[in-house]
Design a protein around this ligand. Structure first.
Ligand code: NAI
Ligand code: F6P
Length: 380
């Protein structure tokens, strides 16, 4: 069986590619990084190291690569034959790859009207749904109808911490042992793909919000507060007692919002939360605060890991969150000249001031109490 995966980066190779191989797929990685493509085509395999005490190694075989910029024709041919298409390119790149996927699907439905599922594995709500909208915006009404009939775009939640890699071997990737991949079942077309490690659910929203507002909200604390306090890595930030208390507080707040909104069991959620905090302390992983904090404009978005749980908390409890506010304030003041979004955010702050900048990136009204709370926190 053939899988076409867009994005041969950390999650692409370290998570999705590894599970696809175990499920007996041959995977073609599509990327724009020629060095990675060349290595994939030379080696046809790579190693995944489980970053735990034993450093267990998994060899992922039957892989190759195509550069989508220099060789789009081969990507189209691969999509024609694919049994599954997945992505892990980053939320902002979905728009960029949509046109090529649309061309691939046009060619496919003309020759091979077999069902296909395209799963975006990105840290966001509705990633595959967004990709579907972008893909359909590139095709005619007639093709649109056929694509809607044969091609499923199930949304998904993916969870595995894969830091930036510092290995001599360009393809080797060190990952945390834990993983979770949850896929929305009703949106699938044709047979349900059999992939060990994938959980299919009827309604993805509670799972993805629980994951985003626990793993990603929690991780944002050592990233932004850690950066503010001068820690280079998550591991170092996690040794700081003040940061530990802010994570606890922020996850109590997001947890309360999730429990009240979705009815999660309080004890089970507390166990989920503790397990996640332990994952952040993994001594076998060196993860930079700048990786976890990358893209602060996206992370301060209305539906993302900081603003949405804060608002949900306010709606559910009638109170203003304290620890989420501290983290939002740290994100809004986050400066990193190597991160384009961080630079643009500080340009916006300099031009508009903190309150206006927050209103713009988080889509909040001037009167929203969260704006006032964040500004008070910054002034402190
Ligand atoms: N690293 C992690 O721990 C996790 C990441 N994610 C999500 O997975 C996605 C990917 O993240 P990472 O793997 O960490 O990033 P990454 O930067 O390691 O990988 C992204 C890959 O996409 C490629 N790419 C960029 N533009 C492209 C294009 N136009 N066509 C094809 N490929 C293109 C890049 O060259 C790179 O190889 C993001 O949405 C992230 O939020 C989700 C869970 C965990
Ligand atoms: O990948 P993003 O959305 O930029 O955010 C980084 C976050 O994603 C992860 O890489 C995986 O969920 C976490 O390690 C971190 O919280």
């Amino acid at each position: 069986m053939l899988a076409v995966h867009f994005g041969a980066g950390n999650i692409g190779r370290g998570f999705i590619g590894a599970l696809l191989y175990e499920a007996k797929y041959r995977t073609i990685f599509v990327d724009v990084n020629q060095e990675v493509i060349d290595r994939l085509n030379k080696e046809n395999q790579y190693e995944v190291i489980l970053a735990g005490a034993t450093k267990k190694k998994q060899v992922v075989k039957q892989v190759s690569g195509i550069n989508s910029v220099t060789n789009p024709v081969d990507v189209v041919a691969a999509i024609e034959k694919a049994d599954i298409v997945t992505t892990a390119v980053g939320p902002t790149i979905l728009k960029v790859i949509a046109k090529l996927i649309a061309t691939g699907l046009e060619a496919r439905v003309a020759k091979n009207a077999q069902p296909l599922n395209i799963i975006a594995c990105e840290n966001m709500l509705g990633g595959s749904t967004l990709l579907k909208e972008e893909v359909l915006s590139h095709v005619t009404e007639e093709i649109k109808h056929t694509i809607e009939q044969y091609v499923g775009f199930p949304d998904a939640a993916v969870d595995r911490i894969v830091p930036n890699q510092v290995n001599d071997d360009r393809l080797q990737v060190a990952v945390e042992p834990y993983y979770e991949w949850v896929v929305e079942k009703p949106a699938l077309k044709g047979k349900t793909p059999v992939i060990d490690g994938v959980t299919y659910v009827e309604d993805l929203k509670p799972y993805i919000e629980r994951k985003l507002f626990t793993v990603n909200t929690g991780h944002a604390v050592p990233a932004y507060i850690g950066h503010q306090k001068g820690y280079p890595t998550i591991y170092e930030a996690m040794q700081d007692e003040e940061i530990q208390a802010i994570i606890d507080g922020a996850l109590q707040e997001s947890g309360e919002a999730l429990i009240q909104f979705y009815g999660f069991n309080r004890h089970e959620h507390a166990a989920y939360r503790s397990k996640i905090i332990e994952r952040f302390k993994n001594p076998h992983i060196s993860d930079e605060v700048t990786r976890v904090g990358r893209g602060p404009i996206r992370k301060l978005g209305a539906r993302d890991r900081l603003i949405r749980p804060a608002i949900l908390y306010m709606e559910q409890t009638g109170k203003i969150p304290s620890y989420l506010v501290k983290t939002i304030a740290a994100a809004l003041t986050y400066g990193n000249i190597q991160d384009e979004e961080a630079v643009n955010l500080q340009v916006l702050v300099n031009k508009e001031g903190y309150a206006n900048a927050l209103q713009i990136v988080a889509e909040l009204s001037a009167e929203h109490p969260l704006v006032d709370a964040v500004i008070k926190e910054i002034n402190k």
